[in-house]
Design a protein around this ligand. Structure first.
Ligand code: DHB
Length: 391
């Protein structure tokens, strides 16, 4: 098969890129090792920035995001025994939308199917070749046949364990990363919401985040050890961990059967440059953020929005040198989001060796933030999303 843009990875980044390219009349082929069902059964984050919602609605991917999602005009920060609201709408005139990544994926996969897009789920043995010349993707398709896709440009949207990222020679890339000595224990439970908006809790026992999904299904997280085995926690212990953290700030959770549980790793990571010859990296393949700022999916969508514009320009003029503009535009946002995610994370979590001083200092930071219009506005801007740089 020949195509203009070969895309490795059929998650939200890869499918949104294919969708945007098709709107500009540019052909692509997407290959993905997981099956569609497998991706749809993985629980991921739930918060969309205002521009992510706009991208989904204005390009004809989803109106379900507005019908079934929930508009959140703010969040609560709870610490030192009380809750404080950050009012996004009042501070920056923007909102966030609660709509799970799994649904974003389903909407994108449906849109590709509706528009006759070439997406190969469930492939194996993916390899990429000739990245500085005429790139190729080889793989075994779902029926076990060897396949090859030849393309002008190859885009790696293959997530945090990216093989495309590793195809860049060591001498030509830099990796920036930071690990954290904690993780999140995430659950889904069948219960009514405990609060109308997201509540981020700082407490002596550590962090907790109370999120929602629907009127009858809730998503909650609490800080745990990265080595914790989710199956070794009894339901009672999970509720004890959650209730004790939110209880310290005067909240009580409505409990119900726990239907899913997992431990989510924490990492900050960027690989630069995001271009190597005719290979480009986008989304988690190029960078990972810890989940606290709800930035991962939004950054991936912002990347491919910029990338689609730059690909249209470069392929239109048959000048692939123009693709350098992608990295310049995308990385500016990536590093702002890296800082925002790091900042939210370190402000709200308890380090394993935290002293009483450290905990009180964090409470001082949070009090300074919620008591300051300037501080709260920075949080509101970052959370609802910065504008995308202009072409
Ligand atoms: C959710 C996940 C996040 O990482 C976050 O910051 C906010 C919400 C969620 O799954 O609902």
């Amino acid at each position: 098969t020949r195509t203009a843009v070969g895309i490795v990875g059929g998650g939200p980044a890869g499918l949104m890129l294919a969708h945007l390219l098709s709107l500009s009349g540019i052909d692509s082929v997407v290959v993905e090792v997981r099956s569609r069902t497998e991706i749809e059964q993985t629980h991921r984050a739930g918060i969309l920035e205002q521009d992510s919602v706009r991208l989904l609605t204005e390009t004809g991917v989803s109106d379900r995001v507005l019908r079934e999602g929930f508009r959140h005009e703010g969040i609560e920060l709870a610490f030192g025994g009380a809750s404080h609201r950050i009012d996004f709408e009042a501070l920056v005139g923007a909102t966030a939308q609660l709509y799970p990544q799994t649904d974003v994926f389903t909407d994108l996969a449906d849109a590709r199917e509706r528009d006759g897009g070439d997406v190969r789920f469930g492939v194996a043995d993916v390899a990429v070749h000739d990245l500085t010349g005429e790139p190729r993707i080889t793989f075994t398709d779902a029926e076990g046949r060897a396949q090859e896709v030849c393309c002008q440009v190859l885009v790696g949207c293959d997530g945090s364990r990216s093989l495309c990222r590793r195809a860049v020679p060591e001498g030509e890339r830099r990796q920036f990363f930071r690990e954290y000595p904690f993780a999140w224990f995430g659950i889904l439970c069948e219960a009514p919401p405990s609060a109308p908006e997201l509540v981020y809790h700082h407490s002596d026992r550590g962090f907790a985040l109370i999120s929602q999904r629907t009127e009858s299904l809730q998503r909650m997280y609490f800080q745990c050890d990265p080595a914790d085995d989710p199956e070794s926690f009894s339901d009672d212990r999970i509720w004890e961990e959650l209730q004790s953290r939110v209880g310290a700030n005067g909240h009580t959770l409505r409990q119900g059967p726990i239907t899913s549980r997992s431990v989510l790793p924490f990492r900050s990571f960027v690989q630069e440059p995001v271009r190597h010859g005719n290979l480009l990296l986008a989304g988690d393949a190029a960078h990972t953020v810890p989940p606290t700022g709800a930035k991962g999916l939004n950054l991936a969508l912002a990347d491919v929005r910029v990338l689609a514009e730059e690909l249209e320009r470069a392929l239109g003029r048959q000048d692939l040198g123009l693709l350098d503009a992608y990295g310049e535009r995308a990385l500016a946002r990536v590093w702002k989001a890296q800082h925002f995610s790091y900042w939210m994370t370190t402000m709200l979590h308890r380090l394993p060796d935290a002293s009483d001083f450290d905990v009180r200092r964090q409470e001082g930071e949070l009090a300074g933030l919620v008591g300051s219009t300037a501080g709260s506005t920075y949080l509101a801007e970052g959370y609802t999303g910065w504008p995308t740089s202009r072409a």
